[in-house]
Design a protein around this ligand. Structure first.
Ligand SMILES: Nc1ncnc2c1ncn2[C@@H]1O[C@H](COP(=O)(O)OP(=O)(O)OP(=O)(O)O)[C@@H](O)[C@H]1O
Ligand SMILES: [Mg+2]
Length: 395
């Protein structure tokens, strides 16, 4: 849907002045010496239809500049931009208008509601600019207000609403327009933490119902993790890392990213898949208790998963049950099987099952939809993942 290549922005210098400076070895200092500022430096990324793509970074890292270049509210100094196949970077101003009026909508952190207009009229405002007939736009505004849970408030005025409700009107205004792409610049930053959570939840619900392509700027990693399909981390105008939240947590690209993730709630971000290990041993249903017990002793474990030929878990055999079967002359494993284990799907957050680790004679099993064993989540791996960020990966 969006494809940005080498987007670059120099503030404070005309383009013809800036371009030769960008060719120099020390771009940033060349631009600075000439009195300009290189705010965004060769940023490339692409966003798929229906994706929530988060841009994250400290203040001044260039997030808003990147976002505003996507509808050319800020003119890129260099680089190319395609949206839905169209070369936006080459468009003239008159060609840009339909793009800004129909395809893309922007939601700001501090957007102003019109104080003397009703909430319904405020929600319809984006359509008014788009010259949608009044009846249709009020209908669409009501629909959008209903989507954000403000259907009772259409006839009220902004001063009657709380901060969180006002921000929901902003969301409704964007929804009413039917824009395929939403650009959101820290839309929830001014809200109290609890209301902010609600808004994130609402955004995810709305997104599940009708998928738009969303580029969302934030400097809050927990927010980024909660809503982002992928997160692009920026520093000093450059991309440091662009990956899913889980990837960023488990393999931060450098110290900057590590510092960011230091205070993230890892147990909510990391999933069973991120602590998945191959089981040390497993048993097949047609083996004998003697063979299996021998295998268990070799790895000094108390229990073993018994699988059928498609890797489905039939049950767990403990060392005690195996020893008893051996004593009693049993030749099949059936008599040893118990349901003494816990199975989770790979995308389950660790927080939902970490307390069960260590409660059974076998590690937590990670299974697919058909109950086939994909691997195990050993207690030590879970504790390791929840501890401080991993050592930085060196390129
Ligand atoms: N119009 C401008 N003229 C000159 N410099 C600018 C302009 N707009 C932004 N900058 C500078 O460019 C850099 C990037 O700014 P930008 O607003 O994109 O950062 P940001 O990551 O959105 O920061 P914040 O989290 O504070 O919103 C900053 O150092 C800023 O001071
Ligand atoms: Mg900003």
């Amino acid at each position: 849907m969006i494809e940005a290549k080498n987007l670059t922005k120099v503030y404070g210098l005309r383009q013809d002045r800036a371009l030769p400076l960008l060719r120099q070895a020390e771009r940033q200092s060349a631009v600075r010496t000439a009195g300009g500022f290189l705010a965004v430096d060769q940023v490339s990324f692409s966003v798929s239809p229906g994706e929530i793509f988060v841009i994250m970074g400290l203040s001044g890292s260039g997030k808003s500049t990147v976002l505003r270049m996507l509808n050319r509210l800020v003119e890129p100094t260099e680089g190319s931009l395609r949206i839905d196949g169209a070369d936006v970077s080459a468009m003239r101003q008159d060609e840009l208008r339909p793009l800004r009026n129909r395809k893309i909508n922007m939601v700001f952190q501090h957007f102003a509601l019109l104080p003397h207009r009703s909430i319904r009229e405020n929600a319809a405002y984006g359509l008014k600019i788009r010259q949608v007939p009044v009846r249709e736009r009020l209908e669409r505004a009501d629909w959008a207000l209903q989507r954000v849970g403000l259907e009772q408030w259409g006839d009220s005025y902004p001063h009657e609403l709380s901060g969180g409700m006002k921000q929901r009107v902003g969301l409704a205004r964007a929804l009413a327009t039917d824009a395929e792409i939403l650009l959101m610049d820290e839309p929830f930053s001014a809200l109290d933490p609890l209301i902010r959570r609600d808004m994130q939840e609402l955004l995810l619900q709305l997104q599940a119902a009708d998928q738009r392509t969303i580029v969302f700027v934030t400097h809050d990693l927990n927010e980024a993790m909660r809503i982002g399909d992928r997160i692009m981390v920026m520093r000093d105008g450059q991309v440091v890392q662009c990956a899913t939240g889980t990837e960023i947590i488990s393999e931060p690209a450098d110290e900057y990213v590590s510092e960011f993730i230091a205070d993230v709630d890892r147990s909510r971000v990391l999933t069973a898949a991120s602590v998945l290990r191959a089981p040390l041993v497993t048993a097949r249903w047609d083996e004998s208790p003697g063979e299996v017990l021998q295998r268990l002793e070799n790895v000094e474990m108390n229990g073993i998963f018994v699988l059928d030929e498609t890797n489905r878990i039939l049950g767990v055999a403990t060392d005690e049950a195996l020893a008893r079967a051996l004593r009693e002359g049993e030749t099949a494993l059936d008599s040893c099987l118990a349901g003494d284990y816990h199975a989770v799907s790979p995308d389950l957050p660790i927080v939902e099952f970490c307390d069960l680790a260590g409660r059974h004679p076998v590690p937590v099993a990670v299974v697919d939809d058909d109950k086939r064993l994909l691997g195990v989540a050993p207690r030590a791996a879970i504790l390791g993942a929840l501890a401080a960020p991993k050592k930085v990966r060196h390129a």
